[in-house]
Design a protein around this ligand. Sequence first.
Ligand code: NAD
Length: 309
Amino acid sequence: MIIRHRKITIIGAGYVGSTTAFAPLSARAVNELCLIDVNTALVRAQVMDLQHAVPFLGTAVVKVGNYSDIRTSAVVVIAAGANQKPGETRLDLIQKNSALMRELGPKVFMMNPEAIVIVVTNPVDVLTYQLIRMFPGKKRRIIGSGTVLDSARLRHLVGAHFNIDPTSVHAYICGEHGDSEFPLWSTANIGQVPILSYPGCTKRTLDQLFMQAKNAAYTIIAGKQATYYAIAAGVTHIVEAIFGDRNEVLPVSHLLMHYHGVSDVCLSVPAVVGRNGVRTQLSLKFSAREERLLRQSAAQLKRARKGIH
Ligand code: NAD
């Protein structure tokens, strides 16, 4: 059943939070949007600017929020916290941002035990897992944006290379949203043509396209300090899947148990997303190499989370 009152609260009004506010407004995907940030001058300014966009974009209510707004928000997006500085990996942010998650998790679920929480703050897989450990009963309602963004980057690059619209490129990046992620080439296709047999496609080309997708954040951060438009569009897509109860297949980060030999870790594999969050994973055939890479990525994330105190 679709959600009628489409209200979201976004925690964090920096680059990602503010663009993640603008994107669903311009897609007319929300009726009400609240933005929360500890930087009160920033959040007020962001909200004013967004409110001034609304006359061009429908009728949504946009306001500076507080935690009680979460009571009536079906979806809460966490985009607060430190971002990567040039040269930093996402996993370098664990200490700073896990402390934040310990603070925000109880505030959110105390206000609304039924909220669906989309974690965007990095390292997104580790923080999604941390939140699920704090609230195990909410494991389907806590979703990391995961490799939704990375997969879009890959689809864009593949589409541009073969001169095909990216919506006709079906390819996922799985695993960590970070350095141990990997592409699922064995099932990727353009139209219905398996990518590995697409005319002109070589393994070398695919490797190069994947490396560009994987390293895109470093390139963007070097040029403009942060990445935000594409993640904002990706989060909007997840929000629309939830509000519309679409049961859409998306590579979001969620808790895996007994999936190709991997358990008790959050990372991205294609999953079905609807109004109650993650319904299930897709039962996809992996090649032996992809299974190995999935296990390596899971091991890397398990090592990284040992750093959380
Ligand atoms: P930013 O510095 O521009 O914004 C972060 C905001 O969080 C700041 O305005 C800050 O005041 C606020 N904040 C800090 N502590 C808070 C608290 N306790 N409550 C409320 N607000 C608080 O950073 P950004 O570029 O917007 O990035 C935010 C996060 O998103 C980073 O962790 C970044 O790595 C991550 N990110 C994730 C993806 C993804 O694909 N998952 C993509 C891009 C960025």
